[in-house]
Write a protein that binds this ligand. Structure first.
Ligand code: SF4
Length: 754
């Protein structure tokens, strides 16, 4: 992966002890004005996350139900809309001047910084450059490739979590009408473990809380999560909860600024540097120690007077006796080894839970990207069930999703393993027989291209190559595809790792006005708390040739399928209400879709949250037993977790700073405990290569990282992705969910040769 020359100017300072504050306001405004100009910046920022405004295209944190602030966004939301609204464009002349080989030598940051894509482009087989192509020819090219395959399962249809409900619904319909369930999505790489763990225990793979529940909680547990960078407005909810008397238990290897204190930039006291302390307790757990911790907490709660909600357990759950036997016999030595915590710290955490009658459990990818991620999430559920913390105000399960509509896309059927009832309803509505065989998830898709079982890759948004694990394997696999199709707003690594024939189809950003069919269209999204609402772009599109994702999907489907199955693709582009009418008849909980989004939106049904009904085979919530396996790390080796910087959203790199962790003008750093530095014979500031070791015997290498002595548990290091994705083996996946184990990569350090 190319290395930015700016890394030569890398500076390391002390990490921050709080998040947001005045710098967040200053950076939000200056970035927006610099990138978009003052008029567009003002219009876009004032519309962001407002009722009938633009839904933030960044994370999936929900909007408040009642009154909203004039500036209802965080620094990273401002970065996201500014990044989309830039004035620079990437025209055909750019591609004429830059060969694919040239582009492959550029950094991810440079590629995206060139501006908005404006023309459909094609790299023809054997060509060295992308060149312009008309929309009609592009659609016809896709049809030629797809209709020449030996079978529909040789095609893969990937979706980014930014796609709207309308685009996602039509896209999965297109893939299934074509004949495949090969519908991997970015959820496969992040919260798939959550979906699997929750579906197996409470019967639905979604969280069970609202924003109001956070405000009313007595205790909020934040596990494996860095809200200050990845879901910044969550800090407002945590602040409100604290001011209402809640306590916060944070469990994370790194003491992230956003877990410590929040200087709310919407409040005078926040701007004056008199913020709200957040975590009452911070447990700096070893990576992968959470399963052990929660088994120990369950063990301690069983002995704590009044901590168990016996009535809830008896009425609403099954499997308690077996779980209790397992929990009572927890191996204390194994817990201490796995967590790196003291027993006294664990007792403190258990006492906080025992004292709370209303607890919300939050988590993110620090939990989901482990071998035992699904088991860990089931253990959260065990403790929540033990205390009756589901289906009552101020309590519940709160997986915090990464991309703005990743949850909605799954609701709309973007899923490689769709349930039979969904396929039945889809088939009945559109008069065809959807395929029943499960398709490829993200990892399986790469393997299918690597092994030449798949040939055509279509991506509705995203940056698949950079997001996936095992970058070198993924890149080679995608370059071997006969056709890759990327529906995109900006240039990225996936356009460079192009198939033999490759298309770039430029699309509208969410902040841009969508006039498809000659009328103003709106789209809808579902946030992390199952709230569905509309989003309507305001800005002029970056170029006259851009099409909406809905229009592109319908264009592709028309070219590929013709009138097969009689699906009226063209009519959907006239009025998106027609898509929502179809959704309302296929997706449970979406009745009267158009009327309800016109009324401000609605909440998707959730049995455990709404009525303590659990749609499991047993009809009850399920206690589960998971063996505790402590993963061994060979001597002289460390466990790497991949993380984001504060100037980053997923694979999008807005800038080279991570001010909360004290990093300026660089990304190739490894945060490492000072004791590990000394033991391994290195010093802060040394430059090393990271070499990962895996059971396949292959050594994977990422070069030239500066060591930064940091407050991280001994034996655990952290570094940014996608730079470290080459170190994560494709076959290193979470059990059941298949999520790449990006929070558990065994590495050794070698002095860098350069
Ligand atoms: S918290 Fe997330 S959704 Fe809200 S403005 Fe910030 S990045 Fe956007």
């Amino acid at each position: 992966m190319p290395i930015d020359e700016a890394e030569e100017r890398l500076r390391v300072g002390p990490p921050a002890d709080h998040a947001a504050g005045l710098p967040a306001v200053r950076l939000s405004v200056t970035n927006a004005v610099r990138r978009m100009g003052i008029v567009k910046a003002t219009r876009n920022l004032l519309a962001l996350n407002q009722v009938d405004g633009v839904d933030c295209m960044s994370c999936a944190w929900p909007d408040p139900q009642g009154k909203r602030h004039t500036a209802e966004f965080c620094e990273n939301g401002a970065k996201a809309i500014s990044w989309e609204g830039v004035r620079e464009t990437v025209e055909p002349a750019f591609f004429a001047a830059h060969s694919l080989e040239d582009l492959a030598g550029r950094t991810d940051h440079w590629l995206e910084a060139q501006g908005r894509l404006t023309h459909p482009m094609v790299r023809r087989d054997g060509g060295t450059h992308y060149e312009p192509i008309s929309w009609d020819e592009a659609f016809a090219l896709v049809a030629t490739h797809l209709n020449a395959l030996d079978g529909p399962d040789e095609a893969v249809f990937y979706t980014s979590g930014r796609a709207s409900n309308e685009a996602a619904f039509l896209y999965q319909l297109f893939a299934r009408a074509y004949g495949t369930n090969n519908l991997p999505d970015c959820s496969n790489m992040c919260h798939e473990s959550t979906s699997a763990g929750l579906a197996a225990t409470i019967g639905i793979g979604k969280g069970s809380v609202s924003l109001q529940d956070l405000h009313e909680a007595e205790l909020i547990v934040v596990s494996g999560q860095n809200p200050g960078t990845n879901h910044p407005r969550m800090l407002t909810a945590l602040e409100t909860a604290k001011r209402n008397g809640a306590r916060i238990l944070a469990i994370n290897p790194l003491p992230e600024a956003g877990l410590l204190r929040f200087d709310n930039p919407q409040k005078a006291r926040g701007l004056a540097g008199r913020g709200t302390g957040l975590a009452d307790e911070l447990l700096q757990i070893r990576s992968n120690g959470d399963l052990a911790l929660w088994q120990a907490i369950g063990h301690l709660l069983l002995q704590a007077p009044g901590a168990v909600d016996r009535d809830f357990v008896d009425r609403y759950t099954t499997g308690f006796d077996e779980w209790e036997r397992h929990a009572r016999a927890v191996d204390r030595a194994a817990v201490l080894a796995a967590t790196g915590l003291t027993w006294s710290q664990i007792e403190t955490a258990a006492a906080m839970l025992a004292a709370s009658k209303r607890t919300v459990h939050c988590w993110a990818m620090g939990i989901t990207q482990h071998h035992n991620a699904v088991a860990t999430i089931k253990e959260f559920v065990n403790v929540a069930l033990l205390q009756g913390n589901i289906g009552k105000p101020g309590a519940g399960l709160c997986p915090v999703r990464g991309h703005s509509n990743v949850q909605g896309d799954r609701t709309m059927g973007i899923w490689e393993k769709p349930p039979a009832w969904f396929l039945d309803a889809l088939g009945a509505e559109f008069g065809f027989a959807p395929p029943r065989l499960p398709g490829h998830d993200a990892v399986d898709a790469v393997k299918a291209f690597r092994d030449r079982r798949a040939k055509v890759f279509v991506a509705l948004g995203g940056n698949f190559v950079a997001a996936m694990s095992d970058t070198d394997v993924t890149t080679a696999a995608m370059r071997d595809a006969t056709l890759t199709v990327q529906v995109s707003t900006k240039l990225n690594r996936s356009h460079v790792a192009a198939g033999r024939t490759a298309l770039i189809l430029p699309t509208l950003g969410r902040s841009e006005q969508d006039m498809t069919g000659g009328k103003v269209q709106r789209v809808t999204v579902e946030d992390s708390m199952s709230e569905v609402h509309a989003s309507r772009g305001r800005s002029a599109p970056a170029g006259p040739l851009l099409r909406s994702e809905v229009d592109i999907v319908c264009g592709l489907a028309t070219a590929v399928l013709g009138d097969r199955h009689g699906i009226p693709w063209a009519s959907f582009t006239v009025d998106y209400d027609r898509i929502r009418d179809r959704i309302s008849r296929v997706v449970p909980g979406c009745a009267d879709y158009n009327a309800r989004i016109s009324d401000g939106g609605f909440t998707m049904p959730h049995g455990p949250r709404d009525s303590r009904t659990f749609p499991t085979p047993e009809g009850k919530a399920v206690f589960t037993v998971s063996p505790l396996v402590v993963l061994e790390v060979p001597p002289g080796r460390l466990v790497l977790q991949t993380i984001r910087s504060h100037d980053q959203f997923n694979t999008t790199i807005y800038g080279l700073d991570d001010r909360y962790r004290g990093i300026r003008s660089g990304r190739r750093v490894v945060f490492i405990n000072a004791l590990d530095l000394a033991e391994l014979g290195f010093a802060d500031g040394d430059v090393v290569d990271l070499v990962s070791e895996f059971s396949d015997g292959v050594e994977r290498r990422a070069e030239r990282f500066r060591l930064v002595a940091y407050d991280t548990p001994k034996g655990c290091v952290a570094a940014y992705y996608p730079e470290t994705n080459p170190l994560v083996p494709l076959d290193s996946q979470a059990a059941v969910s298949g999520t790449p184990t990006s929070k558990w990569v065994v590495v050794r350090l070698e002095a860098s040769g350069t």
